[in-house]
Design a protein around this ligand. Sequence first.
Ligand code: ADP
Ligand code: MG
Length: 474
Amino acid sequence: MAAAWQDVVRDAAAVREAAAVAVDAALLAGVLMRTGEQPHASDVVNYAPFTLLPSAVPQALFEQAYAVQQDFNLLVDAISQNKEFLEQTLASTIKVDDFTARLFRIYMQVLEEGLAQTVFLGINRSDYMFDCGLDGTAALRQIEINTIAASFGGLTSRTADVHRLVLKVLGKTEEASNLLPNNPAKRLALGIAKAWELYGSQRAVVMFLVEDVQRNIFDQRCIENELWNRNIRVVRKRFRDVFEQGSLDASRRLYMDGQEVAVVYYREGYVPQVYDQQNWEARLLLERSRAVKCPDIATQLAGTKKVQQELSRPGTLEKLLPGRPEAIARIRATFAGLYSLDEGEEGDRIAARAIAEPDRFVLKPQREGGGNNLYGEELREVLEKIKDSPERTSYILMDKIKPQPALNYLLRAHSPLQMSECISELGIFGVYVRQGQELVLNQAAGHLLRTKAIEHADGGVAAGVAVLDTPYLV
Ligand code: ADP
Ligand code: MG
């Protein structure tokens, strides 16, 4: 699958011409980001980084990833309602990881009070890489599932048009017509709209909970504008605004300065750094409220690396999804090797193996957002240091996925045009809505392909490592 554009990728003149067209097309299509220098205003913007060429993706694996998405939606939803499972699974983690512990405390507090929320909305993105076996065949392997603030559903709704044009400029008109349509923004908005409708108050708004620094605002605007198109009012607020303006009435309806909120869509809240005391209070207020949280705190916990690791234990999926052997088989077929580092013999053994062969594994803490994982020598050093301490429990180990690289150009503002060996990560968006015990919507909502140069082990688009891409099915 590596060599899809072999005839053009080394043609410097053709590449230069296509890149100029590509950048203008991206700006015209709205594949945009605010700049690092002016992250608070849209006076000056850049195109979001993207590949010159769409990347080859094996069709069978692409279809497999779509086919399992509704199963993953079901699974995440089931975990979020299973207190016993979350309690048991996270027990060792919360002893050593402060952030997970604080989230867990809010979860327990909200449960003790009794949930006011009756409508539930999940938006997730399950990410995969294509593991290349010794015989050259590729297998779909889940990297992780993001249950909070899964991004780029907006911008990626616009990249296929850009790549279609690039292929035409490169004389590949027929291939251009093969690029699939993809509109996660519309389908995620549909889920939000459904939750808003079921909440049942015409006057109430959808609140996007956003970061202080909003470089990726255009990605969010794509979804916002879909909601406005449906005549649903959207407001953008930060945790600090919630602390200052938020209140609950007697039936725990959420108000922001007198304006009722039906849905809280978090695009923030997954890293410890954003939470000072006031922001923790704001989070608690939101979680206690009747408003539909996307995600509620239980669903955020369902997306932790520790939960992912426990899912791969024999028998766990059977307990979580009783009577669904086919869904379980589809889910399990995507799992890479995952290992607990909890104290005890099992953890000792795998820690020793990883120290002996660090290039076969990835060491992951309970963090989101890219740039946190450890590889190779660094993995060895850290594991050596913590292998006999409880701190080890705050990490999990995972088999390292080794995809086949392909040549491409990563287009970034102010960067020279330069060919790179690249690998890709495919994400499938999922959306579901549950009212009480009834699942009223469960869909795959589109895809995202992100590509990075092989010299970077880790890091997403927001972290400046990966770039947006479009799958070209082969
Ligand atoms: P985060 O929550 O920070 O996004 P991920 O688990 O998605 O954490 O890891 C971040 C990045 O690290 C991924 O996008 C991928 O490039 C790389 N990575 C993660 N797990 C693996 C793995 N098992 N094998 C190879 N690369 C991995
Ligand atoms: Mg990730």
